[in-house]
Ligand binder design. Structure first.
Ligand SMILES: NC(=O)c1ccc[n+]([C@@H]2O[C@H](COP(=O)([O-])OP(=O)(O)OC[C@H]3O[C@@H](n4cnc5c(N)ncnc54)[C@H](OP(=O)(O)O)[C@@H]3O)[C@@H](O)[C@H]2O)c1
Length: 370
């Protein structure tokens, strides 16, 4: 297990190694983080994809990307294990220090072990129910579990897979899934239990900070069942962890086709209705944007208005990534990459300064507006 975690000094030293990327590194959670992070969600659970991710992760970490995003269930633990292998090798070879990079992972979904077993139901019974990790009734929507016992087991599994003593950022994965099944009051009780558990995990040195990684929850309207309120979540964090609680990050999809984070005023903070991005910073929350390319769909065929606004870039993929990393309030644009060639594309984007607010706003103006 690698000891330690990303530090202010370590990540600042890392940033200094890439002087040709002046606009790439930003302050986030007390460290310097690259404006693009490498995601590890997509791909088959097989060895060929493991090898591809090894190459892509190596290119990213040695090229100027120091945030990796994963989850215990991505490719049935294979993504975490591949990350663990790559960072251990780079550190052993003296090419990377533990203090220089940030790893974020997630727990909440049930996962198999490397691939789908012959009899998934029996496998689940044997591994989770008989061992008492999941009690009957704990499983929501057939795949999601949010009890301290389950999350604690997943956290230790992630630490082992990643070979990291401390995970820099630990997310509760798509907690809004539970709102489809339980009432809001019960949901908030469960969140409180988990936040309390995660505050303990910080004290135990297993994680640095924690957050929620979401799909619909932070883009939904308050009238929708699966809506997440940042105000409610922060109140719970303060209740269990005091003013210096460690609920410090959110993740939500944000891209040219899903811009709700920056245009939909769906958060109620005090008496004001503001967007999730506007709400996050004053509440002390870092923001990582997922699905920057809408799972690859925004890598081609963009209209001319985008190339006008996100100028100086060679490809539509780069323009889409530029949109996300330039969005005011977004700290990191997560891009799923299992191809080293795509990592090089992302690094070429990171070498450019982010778009200015004026350039960014061109996308939101009507054709006749000045
Ligand atoms: N609810 C959640 O917590 C949640 C949900 C979704 C995503 N995420 C996180 O966010 C990350 C990013 O989202 P995502 O992976 O779903 O989708 P994405 O980043 O929008 O798109 C990834 C896809 O785009 C392709 N791609 C990457 N760079 C490219 C380039 N320069 N040109 C052309 N194609 C390119 C990738 O191909 P290759 O793989 O072949 O390189 C991959 O197929 C995930 O990996 C995950 O870590 C979290």
């Amino acid at each position: 297990m690698l000891k330690g975690r990303a530090t202010a000094d370590g990540t600042a030293e890392y940033a200094k190694r890439f002087p040709a990327m002046p606009g790439n590194f930003r302050p986030m959670l007390g460290v310097s983080v690259s404006s693009i992070g490498i995601g590890t969600y997509l791909g088959e659970p097989d060895e060929e994809t493991d090898r591809a991710y090894e190459e892509a992760l190596t290119a990213a970490l040695t090229g100027g990307i120091n945030l990796i995003d994963t989850a215990v269930n991505y490719r049935f633990q294979r993504s975490e294990r591949t990350i663990g292998k790559v960072v251990a090798e780079l550190v052993a070879a003296g090419k990377l220090k533990r203090e220089e990079f940030i790893v974020a992972t997630k727990g909440g979904y049930v996962t198999f072990d490397g691939g789908v077993p012959e009899n998934p139901r029996a496998w689940f019974e044997d591994h989770f129910v008989k061992s008492g990790i999941v009690a009957p009734g704990d499983l929501m929507d057939g795949s999601h579990c949010m009890t301290p016992k389950y999350i604690g087991t997943m956290l230790d599994l992630s630490r082992a897979n990643l070979g990291l003593d401390t995970i820099d950022l630990y997310y509760l994965h798509n907690p809004e899934t539970q709102l489809e099944v339980v009432e809001r009051k019960e949901f908030l009780r469960r969140i409180s239990q988990i936040f309390d558990f995660l505050e303990g995990a910080v004290v135990a040195g297993k994680i640095g900070v924690y957050g929620v990684a979401t799909w619909n929850g932070l883009r939904a309207q308050p009238t929708e069942r699966g809506w997440l309120s940042l105000d409610e979540l922060i109140r719970i964090a303060r209740d269990v962890g005091g003013d210096s609680h460690h609920f410090r990050a959110i993740q939500l999809p944000h891209n040219l086709a899903m811009p709700e984070a920056v245009i939909r005023p769906n958060q109620l903070v005090g008496s004001r209705k503001i967007t999730t991005l506007a709400a996050a910073k004053p509440l002390g929350l870092a923001v990582c944007a997922s699905a920057s390319l809408l799972q690859g769909q925004l890598s081609r065929g963009l209209p001319a208005i985008v190339s006008d606004a996100m100028s100086g870039l060679a490809t539509d993929a780069q323009r889409s990534i530029q949109f996300v990393r330039s969005t005011p309030g977004v700290d990191v644009a997560l891009v799923g990459m299992k191809s080293a060639e795509h990592v090089r594309d992302a690094l070429a984007t990171a070498a450019k300064p982010p778009a200015t607010v004026e350039e960014f706003m061109r996308l939101f103006k009507g054709p006749d507006e000045p």
